[in-house]
Write a protein that binds this ligand. Sequence first.
Ligand SMILES: [Zn+2]
Length: 330
Amino acid sequence: MSFKQIKGQPKAVSALTTAIISRRLSHAYLFTGIDGIGKRTTALELAKAVNCTHPVAGDSCGTCQSCGKIEAGLHPDVRMIEPNEGANNIKIEQIREIKRWMRFRPNEGHYRVTIIPGYYPLTDEAANALLKTLEEPPQDNILVLTAVDRKKVLATIASRCQQIPFNPLSETLVAEFIAEKYKLDYDQARLSALMASGSLKWAGIFAKADFFRLREDFVALMSRQGRTELSRVFSLSKRLSQLKEDLNDFFYLMKLLYRDELILASDGASTGVTNFDHLEVLQELARDEPGLLIFDKLDRINRAERAILRNANRQLTLDTLLIRLLATPQ
Ligand SMILES: [Zn+2]
């Protein structure tokens, strides 16, 4: 793999290769853009390109020992910093450790590259410690932060980094990639791509077979015919509760369905509808249900999502939600 294989981000890649060729690398970068469009991969490619022993036009060769070690996660000068197991954020001790590490010259390569993907909420202490590093960057170091939104990054930190925006990928690009990777027919891949709004990561999640089956069952129960079958509602709720972290993605998928219903209810036209494969069911529902009721359903999904984040009983929360969404006679 090299910069050449990064999909759909020519501007970001060109900014980095130009900086490498002209030797004008920044000591800190902030890659911004939605999840699953290649920020983390590009950060690793940057680490490879600056440390490669046989670089070509600002890109790595992908075959030298340095490239191989970085790909295998074994290069002593390249580190990815994530929260410790069981923690939600990066702690001050981790930043202090990184600062000590950054003081030394690179072991094998030309640059030490530290990647903090996802800009996990840093504790205040950790953010301040990081800020000091950015104010007085040790030589031969490159720090790469990645974040969904620049506004989520502490302004004092963001202003000390060179920002490189990454754009959502085109629907066609995502669909082609997903179709090939998961061996899907093109319509299913296109649907996953549409639901994913240009994110390869989300498209990958939606393309999973069990996810598709759950979605089919949810839509079947949404339809007027499926409405009152309580035993099917409980059985679906049970399967959803077993989704673990994927449950959030399923909540998103539910919201997309009701969002489509809202679009259809407001102007009847199907432009902008994501779930094109269930247009008829959604149109029928949109005719039956007033907009306020659809809003209420969206609100209930949001509330259930928050409750589960706060450790509410998953099964009970899902049972209540699904009964409200699917089983209440209209
Ligand atoms: Zn190389």
